[in-house]
Each structure stands twice: as structure tokens, then as C-alpha cells.
Design a protein around this ligand. Structure first.
Ligand SMILES: Nc1ncnc2c1ncn2[C@@H]1O[C@H](COP(=O)(O)OP(=O)(O)OP(=O)(O)O)[C@@H](O)[C@H]1O
Length: 601
């Protein structure tokens, strides 16, 4: 919750009052009461997990937000003892250098009002501006700090960003809160995430992977074992030890019926609609990404294997087949799941900005450059996966520069002499035939070979054998609580028989519109677009593959709705009568032998 200006003033005044009670005077020198080296090494030993998570998982994600400012990120334990500080000490008053090394204690009692020590006393994030420090000697710096809590809500430490005050207060406070929340989430997952399912939820469907999402871990009876603080504010109560059924009024089995990792809507009791996503335990042997369609499943298995071996992947397929969703599934199942997946849509970035957005620039590199510089998207993907979507649209000059980055595994931001090493896995995607683009001279051949270690072709929706599951998944995902849970057989049949030129994207949008039109009624034909009801003017695909996904009931029902007329059904499905007869027989359906269209069947 944001602290208002007046509340902030009261917190500072209360802290100054405590300082006076402790006998401090403004002119006193801070007493950091540093630990002995033996005490320090035993403390560091005990705090290894917190240190590792902060250093390896949280800092790399946020360092770029601090740009080139002179700052220190400080991690303290619950007593305010500094465990480690990262960043530059340029702003530190040399007389106080001992306060910024591990073992220094930042307790309010001896150092006066300061963000790290005061946040621990108040139990909430706080920014302390220069003049708000009680001791004059501390008034050269400004910092923000957030206390850290474990899954059981015990205070376990504090994170602080200190600088010379150059960074705006609101930005530093926002950053430290976000880093603190991110660290808290990782601690919860590190402690219990391997054994238990987790539920992420937020007010919007796009922010489920942000540190601000509510996080709950629950056991196999649906009892909440751990929760982050954000979960409290989203639910309006402390969810620990409650059951998911009490919190969301939905039985566990029904919640778990939603496909793992796919967003769906829930109502928290007495609260607004929330967007949720559940995940299976992060067991030591990571669950592999899978699909019910054998072609997609094989593609996922091969791509997962080669990604781990640092072989670049090129994902091809018609627009809307789910290339991006495929890459997200690969990322979730990869050893880099905890690192960023940075998606770059090469078609969406204007040609003149592609280079600076991708490769970054140093401050003052060109007129109009942001004064702090920009690390660029490639550097943001360091340790993680860089996803170059629509790579066929990348300008040729940028292709040459990208090739150099991929060959040298380093990047040279505009206006900088220093190459920076990057550790990235590269996945590209295109809905164009890139090999043909190479032939046509629109795509560099050398880059093609660099990015296409394995070419994965995703089948269009009309050729997938798991259409029924996908339709059910999308229905479950977009359905509001209170809307019917099942699709009628007739609607399922209509959906199964459409050629879906727009693939999963089109199916998803048809489903959303139909659900909105149907309200609390079951979806019926009148809620579907006319194009779905009319026979296709021109068949878009060889129908046998499409029909392989139609269950016997679907074909029988279709045949009934075409009044047993095999010819007109074959036309509607865009297949020959012979093929339709073959499919009908395969499914044990005996069409009437009666004349149709003036012919005898
Ligand atoms: N496996 C899936 N299950 C359910 N919905 C999916 C699946 N894959 C894709 N979708 C839906 O289809 C839409 C399009 O997916 P996505 O953006 O991944 O396609 P794409 O092939 O990358 O498209 P484009 O070629 O236009 O970039 C998404 O919004 C998503 O809702």
C-alpha cells in the first residue's frame, strides 16, 4: 500500500523521537558496531540462501533499472546487519566507508533514522531523504528499504537501495519494493515450491508473471501453506491455512481442471474478478512441455532438448498457430525458467529504432538518446532466452549486426567502446518461409544458418489432432464464473469442422465473442459468426486430417444436420464424397443409400 506524504512524515517524526529516547544527538557519529570476522563468517554461512537468491536471481533482473546512477543495493539480516552490498560506493562519505562493508549494523538505536534500520522497526518499505536522517553525518545520502518476510510472514531481512539522492525518491522506493517482493516470492518458491502446487493471481491477465502477482502454495487438499504479502492485499485477508475453496469458492478439482499455466478467471469471495494461473510443483526433474497433438509434442520435445544444448531454434508456422505460446512453454520447462524470456517483435519496432532497442546505447550516444542510456533488449535477455519474433521482418543492416552478436556472444552498445559479454539462448519465429526469403535475397543466408539450428514447423489448427482439447481449454479459459461449463455437442461439432484460417488466435477470439453474447446461457449456433455456419467457399485444407479429430458422434451429428445428404456434407467439409464415405465407414457410420444431388451414392 502506498504511504501518503503525511503518514511518511509521521513515520520519520516517530523515528526521530525514538532516536532521542536512545540518547542520540544530531551531531553524534554513527556507530556501526561491526561484527567480528568470526561472527560475520558464521552469519554469512547461515544466510547463504538469501544471499544467493538476491545476487543470482533478483539483482540481474533489476540492475538495468538503476541505469548508470551511483548506488548501492544493500542486503541486511533481520537485525539490520549488512550481509553484502552491490554497486558503486562513489557516493559514500569516506569517513563512513566501514558502514558499507558486510558486518556493519544499521540499527536505528546507534545509526539514527536510516532507511534500512527504520524499515525494520516499522515493518514496511520506507524512503529516507538526505535531511530526514537523524544524524547530520548521514545526510549526504538518500535510500529506500523494504523489509523481507518468509512464507510464514517472519521478518528475515531487509533490502535497501542507497544513493547520493540523485535517484528520485518514488522511483527508488518503487524499485526496492519490487525487488523485495521478487525476493520474497523466490524465497517462498525455494522453500516449498518443489513439493507443492502454486496459484498466481492478479487483477489483470497480463501481469501474472510480475512480482506483484499474488502467490499461494497449496497442498493436495487445497490448503494454503504459504503466501506472499501481495496475496493478502488482493484477497483482502491473510490466506494462510485457509482452503482455496474458502478463498475462491471453487472446489480444488474444478480449479485444477483448468490447463496448467493458462490464465482463467476466478472470483475471490466478496472481491472483484481475479485472473489466475496454477502450476504443478517445480520438482527436481522439471516437467517437460507437452501437447496432445503428436506433431506439436514431438516439436516440443526436440526443441526442449536442443535449447538446453544451446542450439538456436527457428519456429515456423502460419500466423496465429501459437508460435509465441510454444516458446513460452519451452521457456517454462527449460533450465532458464527463472531467468527472463525477452520477446522482441521485429515487425513491430520501427526500422530506425530496431538497432538501439536491440543493441542498446550508452548515454549521449546520439541526439535524443535517453540521458541514462539503454542496455537494449539483448542485454536484458542475459542468462535467459531471447525470442526474436517475426525475424523475417528484420532490416538487412540489423541482420548483419545481429549476426555479429550471435557469433561473438558479446554486444557493443551504440556509443560505447566496450563489448559486453552476453549469455543468451536464441529462439526465432516467422510466419514466412525463411528459406524462401533467403533465396529471394531478403534474408541473409549466414544469419539463417546461425538461427536455424533446428527448424520447428507448427501445424495449423485445422491439421491438429487435439482440436477438441484446445476448444475446451479456450472455453474454460475465457468462461466467466457462473457460465455453463460444457459446450454442447452441436457447437463443438461446428467448431471442429471450421477450417480456422486464423488458427488459434481466431478460435480464441470466436470463443470470447460467443461467451460474451451467450451470457449465462450455453453457447449456441446463433452466438457463432456466420462464416462458421455456412459451408466454406473454398476448402482451406485437405479435410481428412481435419476430420481425424472429429469424434464419431460429431460426424454422425453433422450427417443428421445435413439431412443424411453425403454430397452436401462433403461440400461443406471441403472434401470429396469418396473421402467422406471412407471416414464415415472408419467410424462405423452407415450413411443411407439414397439418391443425392441426382446421383446414386
Ligand atoms: N496451445 C494453446 N492453447 C490455447 N490458446 C493458444 C495456444 N496457442 C496459442 N493460443 C492462442 O492463440 C493466440 C495466438 O498465439 P500466438 O501469439 O502464440 O501465435 P503466433 O503464431 O505467435 O502468431 P503470429 O504469427 O501472429 O505472431 C494467443 O493469443 C493465444 O491465446
Amino acid at each position: 500500500m502506498a504511504t501518503s506524504a503525511s503518514t511518511h512524515e509521521l513515520i520519520i517524526q516517530a523515528s526521530w523521537a525514538r532516536c532521542r529516547e536512545h540518547g542520540l544527538q544530531a551531531q553524534c557519529a554513527p556507530d556501526f558496531d561491526c561484527l567480528s570476522s568470526a561472527e560475520l563468517s558464521s552469519l554469512l554461512e547461515r544466510q547463504q540462501a538469501l544471499l544467493r537468491l538476491t545476487r543470482d536471481e533478483v539483482l540481474p533482473q533489476y540492475a538495468h533499472l538503476l541505469g548508470n546512477a551511483s548506488y548501492l543495493v544493500m542486503l541486511g539480516d533481520a537485525s539490520g546487519c549488512l550481509l553484502e552490498a552491490w554497486g558503486t560506493r562513489r557516493f559514500v562519505d569516506p569517513q563512513q566507508a566501514q558502514g558499507f562493508v558486510a558486518g556493519a549494523r544499521w540499527c536505528e538505536q546507534r545509526v539514527g533514522t536510516n532507511a534500512l534500520g527504520t524499515a525494520l522497526v516499522c515493518g514496511e518499505p520506507i524512503h529516507v531523504a538526505q535531511d530526514e536522517h537523524f544524524l547530520r553525518q548521514n545526510r549526504y545520502m538518500a535510500s529506500a528499504a523494504a523489509p523481507l518476510f518468509d512464507a510464514e510472514r517472519r521478518l528475515i531481512g531487509v533490502l535497501d537501495v542507497a544513493s547520493d539522492g540523485y535517484l528520485p525518491a518514488a522511483q527508488t522506493l518503487g524499485l526496492v519494493r519490487m525487488m523485495g517482493q521478487s525476493l520474497e516470492n523466490r524465497l517462498i518458491l525455494a522453500q516449498q515450491g518443489d513439493q507443492h502446487c502454486r496459484l498466481l493471481f492478479n487483477s489483470g491477465p497480463d501481469s501474472l508473471d510480475s512480482p506483484w502477482a499474488g502467490l499461494l502454495l497449496f497442498d493436495d487438499r487445497g490448503r494454503v501453506l504459504a503466501a506472499n504479502q501481495r496475496a493478502d492485499s488482493l484477497l483482502g485477508r491473510d490466506p494462510l491455512r485457509h482452503s482455496l475453496e474458502q478463498l475462491f469458492q471453487i472446489p480444488l478439482r474444478q480449479l485444477l481442471a483448468h490447463p496448467e499455466g493458462q490464465p482463467f478467471a476466478l472470483h475471490a469471495s466478496g472481491r472483484n474478478r481475479l485472473h489466475c494461473q496454477w502450476h504443478a510443483p517445480r520438482s527436481a526433474s522439471r516437467p517437460r512441455a507437452s501437447s496432445s497433438d503428436p506433431r506439436v509434442d514431438k516439436a516440443l520435445a526436440q526443441a526442449s532438448l536442443l535449447l538446453e544444448k544451446d542450439i538456436p531454434l527457428l519456429v515456423q508456422g502460419e500466423t496465429g498457430v501459437g508460435k509465441e505460446v510454444f516458446v513460452q512453454a519451452l521457456h517454462r520447462a527449460s533450465s532458464r525458467a527463472g531467468q527472463p524470456l525477452v520477446a522482441v517483435n521485429c515487425a513491430a519496432i520501427p526500422a530506425e529504432l530496431v538497432e538501439s532497442e536491440l543493441f542498446g546505447y550508452d548515454k549521449g550516444a546520439f541526439t535524443g538518446a535517453h540521458h541514462k542510456g539503454n542496455p537494449g533488449l539483448i542485454r536484458k535477455a542475459d542468462q535467459g532466452i531471447l525470442f526474436l519474433d517475426e525475424i523475417g521482418d528484420m532490416p538487412l543492416a540489423t541482420q548483419a549486426r545481429l549476426l555479429r552478436v550471435l557469433q561473438s556472444r558479446s554486444i557493443q552498445p551504440l556509443g560505447s567502446g566496450e563489448p559486453v559479454a552476453v549469455d543468451i539462448r536464441v529462439v526465432s519465429a516467422s510466419n514466412r518461409d525463411l528459406a524462401a526469403e533467403v533465396q529471394a535475397g531478403r534474408f541473409r543466408q549466414d544469419l539463417y544458418y546461425r538461427i536455424a539450428g533446428l527448424v520447428v514447423s507448427l501445424p495449423p489448427l485445422r491439421e491438429r489432432s487435439d482440436q477438441r482439447q484446445l476448444i475446451e481449454q479456450l472455453h474454460a479459459r475465457h468462461r466467466e464464473p457462473g457460465q455453463p461449463q460444457r459446450l454442447s455437442d452441436d457447437v463443438m461439432t461446428l467448431l471442429l469442422c471450421h477450417p480456422w484460417p486464423g488458427n488459434l488466435r481466431q478460435l480464441s477470439s470466436v470463443m470470447q465473442v460467443a461467451l460474451a453474447l451467450a451470457g449465462t446461457q450455453p453457447i449456441s449456433a446463433e452466438h457463432l459468426p456466420e462464416a462458421l455456419l455456412a459451408p466454406p467457399a473454398r476448402p482451406l485444407e485437405p479435410a481428412p486430417t481435419r476430420l481425424t479429430s472429429a469424434a464419431p458422434g460429431d460426424l454422425a451429428s453433422l450427417l443428421r444436420s445435413s439431412d443424411g445428404n453425403v454430397s452436401s456434407l462433403a461440400r461443406a467439409l471441403g472434401i470429396s464424397r469418396t473421402t467422406l464415405y471412407k471416414r464415415l465407414r472408419e467410424q462405423g457410420i452407415e450413411p443411407d443409400n439414397r439418391p443425392v444431388d441426382g446421383q446414386r451414392c
